[in-house]
Design a protein around this ligand. Structure first.
Ligand code: NAI
Length: 340
């Protein structure tokens, strides 16, 4: 059975990398059927005149799955980014970013393999800001027990499903005793009551950054509240070759949106220069998600085939220009399809 997936090509290099991913998925016999919907500038100029049209949101809710290319946020007031809107309206509370060293991609470390799970709905991103006086403004950091517990449960369940061994919570509860304190309390409780077999540790966020750059291989799953997760995710992407090789997902109870974390790269759009790898890796995450949540062996096999194909292609030194190689988007995609 094919699973319906909403494909949102997005803007700039989005359509090019989406075409490449769909071609590789077809070659890998992935059990997915794509239905294209617009978001971003393409949608703003379309009949609904919105960056994120209601028809795209309802299609994602109906399918439960979306693969999204980068969307340009127009500069100027009045535009809320498509990503923020998607997170809020579809209640995508877990942002998941796997970070793994890739063969053939030269970086300082060779064997990084960690996953960052970020609480996506609260903290300093709750949007509660006040003017206290003309010269004093304040932003409120919000933590609620249900959201802290929900992300902790999700993280430990994910760790079990993916056979991960350890969860490390980054926090600053020594200073933010109530908000980060509650985040820690719930993580401790979920660990103790439901997942005592998984190793659990806590690390103060500043010391954790030093340890991350000294030796990222000591981490397995990192769990963070919203702002810390946002910052740590990009730091970790830098450990393995940058945003061009980093996949991501935003997951909720009703649906999940998988996306490359890079932007629409208008400087190289339409020139056969875009690297489709990040979106392809996000697509591979989506197949693994289908395999686990919908118990589909064919999705798991397709994910394995695609991962092996890109690992082998990179190992052979067949790289796009952003990674120091010579291949264009089309040539790189053909190399992948040849190996799938
Ligand atoms: P960007 O990620 O689009 O580009 C930064 C640099 O990385 C550029 O030199 C670009 O050519 C290069 N690059 C990015 N992805 C690449 C790929 N797949 N292959 C090869 N090179 C790649 O970031 P920038 O310039 O800050 O943002 C451009 C637009 O993208 C903005 O409108 C921004 O709002 C939007 N954006 C959208 C995101 C999303 O939808 N997830 C995330 C970040 C930015």
């Amino acid at each position: 059975m094919a699973h319906k997936v909403v494909a949102i090509p997005g803007d700039g290099i989005g359509p090019e990398v989406m075409d490449a991913v769909r071609a590789v998925m077809r070659a890998a016999d992935a059990p997915v059927e794509f239905e294209t919907h617009e978001a971003g500038l393409a949608a703003l100029e379309g009949p609904e005149g919105e960056l994120l049209p209601a028809s795209t949101k309802s299609a994602i809710l109906a399918a439960g799955l979306a693969l999204k290319g980068p969307c340009t946020t127009p500069i100027g007031t009045g535009f809320r980014s498509v990503n923020v809107q998607l997170r809020q309206t579809l209640k995508l509370f877990a942002a998941v970013r796997p970070v793994r060293s890739l063969p053939g991609v030269q970086t300082r470390y060779e064997d990084v393999d960690l996953v960052i799970v970020r609480e996506n709905t609260e903290g300093l991103y709750s949007g509660v800001e006040n003017v206290i006086t003309e010269d004093v403004v304040a932003s409120m950091k919000v933590a609620t027990r249900p959201a802290c517990r929900r992300i902790a449960k999700w993280t430990f369940r994910y760790a079990t499903q993916r056979r991960r061994k350890k969860v490390t919570v980054f926090h600053k509860a020594n200073i933010m005793k109530m908000t980060d304190g509650m985040f820690l309390e719930e993580a401790r409780r979920v660990h103790k009551e439901d997942y005592p077999n998984i190793d659990y540790e806590e690390m103060i966020i500043d010391a954790a950054q030093m340890r991350l750059v000294q030796d990222p291989t000591q981490f397995d799953i990192i769990l963070c509240e919203n702002l810390y997760g946002d910052v740590v995710s990009d730091l970790c992407a830098g450990l393995v070759g940058g945003l061009g090789v980093t996949p991501g997902a935003n997951i909720g109870d009703e649906c999940a949106v998988f996306e490359a974390v890079h932007g629409s790269a208008p400087d190289i759009a339409g020139q056969n220069l875009a690297n489709p790898l990040a979106l392809l890796m996000s697509g591979t995450m989506m197949l693994n998600h289908i395999a686990t949540t919908r118990d589909d062996e064919q999705a798991k096999l397709a994910a394995q085939r695609i991962k092996k194909a890109y690992d082998d292609t990179l190992s052979a030194g067949e790289l796009t220009r952003d990674l120091g190689g010579e291949l264009g988007t089309k040539e790189f995609t053909e190399a992948l399809i040849g190996r799938v």
